[in-house]
Design a protein around this ligand. Structure first.
Ligand code: FAD
Length: 316
């Protein structure tokens, strides 16, 4: 079966869950080959990638790759595309991933499909658009299909493979050195999972009423081991940091469970969460548009419903 390159997303030497999802997806369509670019590669990384089906692991571990913003990773992939002629390249649809995919498409004169929620036979990618109202199926017809896939679109399933390592030496171009990373500011991580990677997200909107009241949302999130999200109304009001905004101009999430409390369901909010597997809406207005895409809805005051829910979950 033909090789599918999967760019590994990693932080602090850890492989992110989305990479395991992409390896699982690639396995259904060909032979997954993981591509590690940057410092921090270890035996633990190798074991993790092999556990999820990487037959091969291309390792471009030069420190320099981590010193510059995204461009070196695109060069590593471009070199592998030229040398290996893979059937496709899968990259996570994260901010960094999408930029790498775009650069790779230009370098390899290939088509790119962004934000896929699935990929089928013949590398036909599925995208969900217009607030989830339309599903588009499309295929790259030029060069190597480059597809960015949204986190949480596939359930990662382990299936051991060889994980045969191959070193990749890359001579970075001057262009790849155009933007150097001068400082990394580690944001307070806390105990909660990363928003775009979380299996469960609990979001609050204008209905939450204040920054202090967001503790209600956080308590439910912590009871469920979930990430916290917010609507733009809540982040614009300064009640919750912008980095947690879900929607068109925020993060796109696709968790197993999305709980929205005090969020009306504007199209721009839906754009960031409509592909969630199960959607629970808590709103005191029975006519709130988000109920249209809810799997379960509670018409009620979030200040009563959310603490009760948290209490029940805490009991278990
Ligand atoms: P509202 O629409 O005001 O809804 C509040 C809801 O809370 C209401 O339904 C109300 O019934 C309910 N409520 C009130 N009190 C309670 C209570 N006690 N218990 C239960 N329910 C209660 N929005 C985003 O979210 N993300 C984006 O990325 C985004 N990008 C945008 C980009 C552009 C270009 C534009 C123009 C807009 C964007 N917006 C975005 C804004 C979007 O249009 C909405 O204004 C926003 O999503 C509304 O947030 P909300 O649902 O929290 O507030």
């Amino acid at each position: 079966m033909s090789e599918i390159l999967v760019l590994v997303e990693h932080a602090d030497g850890d492989v992110k869950k989305v990479t395991l999802e992409l390896l699982t997806l690639a396995r259904s369509l060909g032979t997954p080959a993981a591509v590690w670019a940057g410092p921090g590669y270890s035996e633990a990384v190798k074991a993790r990638l092999a556990e999820y089906g990487a037959e091969k692991i291309y390792v471009a571990a030069a420190d320099e790759i981590g010193d510059y913003v995204v461009a070196p990773k695109a060069e590593v992939l471009a070199q592998l595309v030229a040398e290996r002629s893979p059937a496709a390249v899968f990259v996570a649809a994260t901010g960094e991933g999408k930029e790498i995919a775009g650069r790779l498409a230009v370098k390899t004169d290939s088509g790119v499909i962004s934000d896929a929620v699935g990929v089928g036979e013949g590398f036909v990618a599925e995208q969900s658009i217009f607030g989830g109202g339309v599903n588009v199926h499309s295929r790259v017809t030029r060069g190597t299909p480059i597809i960015t896939v949204r986190p949480n679109s596939t359930t990662p399933v382990a299936a051991a493979a060889a994980g045969a390592e191959e070193k990749v030496e890359v001579a970075l171009s001057d262009a790849a050195r155009a933007a150097r990373i001068v400082e990394r500011v580690v944001q307070e991580k806390g105990a909660r999972p990363e928003l775009t990677e979380a299996a469960i997200v609990v979001s609050g909107g204008r209905g939450v009423g204040s920054g202090e009241n967001f503790s209600i949302i956080e308590k439910l999130a912590d009871a469920l081991g979930a990430a916290v999200g917010a609507s733009r109304a809540a982040t614009d009001a300064g009640w919750y940091p912008h980095q947690f905004q879900v929607g068109q101009t925020g993060k796109t999430v696709s968790p197993q469970l999305y709980i929205a409390a005090g969020i009306s369901g504007a199209i721009q909010h839906r754009a960031g969460m409509q592909t969630s597997k199960t959607i629970v809406v808590i709103n005191k207005d029975a006519e709130a548009p988000l109920f249209e895409i809810a799997d379960f809805g509670v018409v009620g005051d979030l200040f009563q419903v959310v603490p009760q829910l948290t209490e029940e979950i805490d009991k278990r």
